[in-house]
Design a protein around this ligand. Sequence first.
Ligand code: ADE
Ligand code: ZN
Ligand code: ZN
Length: 298
Amino acid sequence: MSQPESPGVAAISVSLRLTMLGCSRRARGMARAAVCALPVLFALTAHALAWGSEGHHIAAEIAEQFLEPSTAHQVRELLAVDNETTLAQASTWADEIRPQRPETARWHYVNIPINPPDGTPPAYDARRDCPTGDCVVAKIGAFEAVLRNKAAPPRQRLEALKWLVHLVADINQPLHCADNQDRGGNDVHVDFMGRRTNLHAVWDSGILAAAHISDDRAYALELAHSISQAEAEKWRSGTPADWADDSYGVARNLIYGVWPHDPGALPDSYEQKGIYVVQVQLEKTGVRLAAVLNQTLP
Ligand code: ADE
Ligand code: ZN
Ligand code: ZN
């Protein structure tokens, strides 16, 4: 079983150790200590952002294109409580508060085993994978209920909205719904585009970063407009458990199936093949998030 760590914990500690090494040799006195703390802070924030902020922004922008007018209005009213105007602005709050609320780290993923124990299914199994309800599948349902409740305090409903914007993206990141006894790929050290990283981070942010998207919003609009009616209908049907199974299928059949997944260098072709999968997962996220919000805030 995986440990209850958040994504990138291994990467964080590696960066921390590297940064601290350089510092401890040179650090003398308080001023040096303060200077040395800066790169540590950067290392922490860089690795703590699941899907990477870019993926979250793009998915949220796609979702905005599919909101019903009445839903968009209610979303704007809630976001205004925090002086925000777009879903993209709210999309990474769940990562930002993680250091203050470590109990929420598990809410970002569900570990569905790539090799299930005998007698259990190769799919999401609530009793096996989410026995205490603190996984991404259960939390999406829980926050839908809070957002739907007009009697709940606005700030509480706003938090539920921010969680939903974030978690519907996370559930569509294949490695947030799969585990090969490697913490969703966090423990698989790979070289990707000349950088030492891990398989999980490649799927959170590496593939998108390698695509060098100059304008996230324009890119999101292009993706949104490429979605057919039939795709939107297919993707928005089903439950969060079905979406977890969909992600798990990508992880099992592609990422841990036919694609290279051993520690070491990933081939140059990985980014070109990966970006197509990432694009479709972001499109699914946008459609599914909009469906959740349209149904919850009609
Ligand atoms: N930590 C442990 N398992 C994980 C997963 N599947 N995704 C993200 N973080 C994790
Ligand atoms: Zn997350
Ligand atoms: Zn992640």
